[in-house]
Design a protein around this ligand. Structure first.
Ligand code: SF4
Ligand code: SF4
Length: 115
């Protein structure tokens, strides 16, 4: 049987953050709850305001809403600038899952060899 390579760290990657253009908040407080959006609004009004401003500027400029790096991604370190405030979709993204591996492949990042 084939052994799948183990992926256990996002260090030096950020591939999945390079295609979403903006933090993927759902902005809807439903049953499952985009609690992170509410937290951003109440805990970091400065960041909340800058998020909305950035979104408006991008929309007005006709910037793509997908396929470019998230504006919360630090392109030098490949880390999220506001990791503790990241949206649910980012928290739930499956490290080592199909979408993760696909994002890495598209970004040209070599996955670890089987152990
Ligand atoms: S693509 Fe996978 S390994 Fe890379 S940052 Fe995203 S979840 Fe982590
Ligand atoms: S909010 Fe952070 S973790 Fe989510 S896509 Fe943007 S940079 Fe990545």
């Amino acid at each position: 049987m084939m052994t799948l390579p183990v992926l256990d760290s996002c260090d030096d990657c950020g591939a999945c953050c390079r295609v979403v253009s903006m933090p993927p908040f759902r902005r809807v407080f439903d049953e499952s709850g985009e609690e992170a959006w509410e937290r951003l609004k109440w805990d970091r009004p400065d960041l909340f305001t800058s998020f909305l401003a950035e979104t408006r500027v991008r929309r007005a400029a006709g910037a793509p809403s997908f396929g470019t790096p998230c504006f919360w991604l630090d392109l030098d370190t490949n880390r999220c600038l506001h990791y503790d405030l990241r949206p649910r979709a980012c928290r739930d993204f499956d490290l080592g899952g199909v979408d993760c591996r696909d994002a890495r492949r598209r970004a040209g990042i070599v996955t670890p060899k089987p152990r």
